[in-house]
Design a protein around this ligand. Structure first.
Ligand SMILES: [Zn+2]
Length: 269
């Protein structure tokens, strides 16, 4: 099958060669990333299938809303003479994508051609998180191995396996870290279902936490900033609220200690 035939499987009408722009992107690889996680070979194979037909967006830029590309084919490529951090051959998931050429995306296509728009971020869901030392699935049973440590010859990291879904991919500004573009979601199937009573309690707690956080925000700012913080806290879940509250308290503590230093200075005069 030609590239054109392949991509026309996804289009409403048959596109001609001069209407489309074809390009390749590397979605992810099997290297250990900055979170000390890596995809298993099986995970890469699963993503190879899951990403076919998926639409990509660019930089989350409103102006480029109509600029979308779609993956029409994928392949796994072993990069010659390249190895993962622990010495395995480096395998990358390469996607072949197309865009419909329009007046508005001509600049964008030039950027891809020039190699400027290179980094891609992907979003997917991994069901299993396996310890590289003992093979334990961290969803089911925690082991005592610590990621980033060496155990004899072996390096401890998390292997992501059983990819359930691939959500999206997008071009991002070039990240400083290798593999910084990979977003992973985890399924917590082993987590027990919460009872309606517990859910009720949790939502009450969330409401209370939101009020508390908002009050803390109010103490440290006023007017427009306070309003913006209110809008932001409305969108946070319980975990984010707890984290944010911690940050605010920390900040408050620092402000207070600065105030004490100033006070001491004042008294010494
Ligand atoms: Zn382990």
């Amino acid at each position: 099958m030609t590239n054109l035939e392949k991509l026309n499987q996804f289009t409403r009408r048959e596109l001609q060669e001069d209407e489309v722009y074809l390009f390749d992107v590397i979605l992810c690889d099997n290297n250990i990333d900055r979170d000390l996680e890596c995809f298993s070979d099986k995970a890469l194979e699963q993503m190879q299938e899951l990403f076919v037909g998926k639409t990509g967006i660019f930089d989350h830029n409103l102006k480029s809303n109509n600029q979308t590309a779609r993956i029409y084919d994928t392949e796994l490529v072993t990069l010659p003479d390249k190895f993962t951090k622990d010495g395995r051959p480096l395998i990358a998931l390469k996607a072949h994508a197309y865009m419909i050429r329009t007046d508005s995306n001509a600049d964008f296509i030039r950027e891809i051609d020039a190699g400027i728009k290179k980094e891609v971020s992907v979003s997917c869901c991994a069901e299993r998180q396996i310890c590289s030392i003992c093979g334990a699935d961290r969803h089911e049973s925690a082991c005592n191995h610590i990621v980033g440590k060496h155990y004899g010859e072996k390096y401890c990291y998390i292997i992501l396996d059983n990819i359930q879904d691939a959500y999206e991919w997008s071009f991002v500004a070039v990240p400083a870290q290798p593999n910084a573009g990979v977003t992973k979601h985890f399924q917590h199937e082993s987590m027990p279902q919460a009872s309606p009573e517990l859910n009720q309690l949790l939502s009450e707690l969330e409401l209370q936490m939101r009020t508390e956080v908002f009050q803390l925000c109010g103490k440290q700012s006023n007017g427009a900033i306070s309003k913006a913080l209110r809008t932001a806290t409305d969108k946070m879940d319980l975990q984010e609220l707890l984290h944010f509250k911690q940050m605010l308290l920390e900040e408050q503590k620092q402000d207070m200690s600065q105030a004490y230093v100033q006070l001491a200075d004042f008294q010494q005069r």
